[in-house]
Design a protein around this ligand. Structure first.
Ligand code: ZN
Length: 135
């Protein structure tokens, strides 16, 4: 099996099932990505387990989920199914593991397992502190 992870600075492109919404992502990680959309997705809002609103975007033609946006504009979720097989980087974190089915397996020791959502603000502060320590 060949898996090509995205490299730093590369552009990742994908689309919904019907192709009406096209997604282009620039950036190395989920932090600091730039998302460009072609097409007009629609959204509905749900409440997260951390008690904030999550806008869930989808293609109005085929219904494919495209992305999630949150009140914090630095946080965004992208649906992996938008992208061609072998084009996305392996996961580093798995959320809502408490809901995992008995037949579902772990992604492995390199993936942090979280029963729910992590405290995103605390994790952002930790990343910023680590980045400052490197300079
Ligand atoms: Zn579509």
């Amino acid at each position: 099996m060949s898996q090509q992870a995205r490299t730093a600075g590369s552009k990742l492109e994908g689309s919904c099932a019907c192709g009406a919404v096209k997604v282009s992502v620039n950036g190395e990680t989920m932090n600091g990505i730039c998302l460009e959309l072609q097409g007009q997705p629609k959204s509905f809002t749900t409440r997260s387990s951390n008690n904030y609103d999550v806008n869930r975007w989808f293609c109005s033609e085929c219904g494919s989920g495209t992305h999630l946006t949150m009140p914090d504009p630095s946080m965004m979720g992208l649906m992996g199914g938008l992208f061609p097989p072998g084009s996305i980087a392996p996961p580093t974190k798995e959320l809502f593991c408490k809901n995992r089915e008995s037949w579902e397996k772990s992604y492995g020791e390199n993936v942090r397992e979280c029963d729910e959502q992590p405290n995103w603000e605390a994790e952002a502060a930790e990343r910023e502190k680590a980045a400052q320590a490197q300079t």
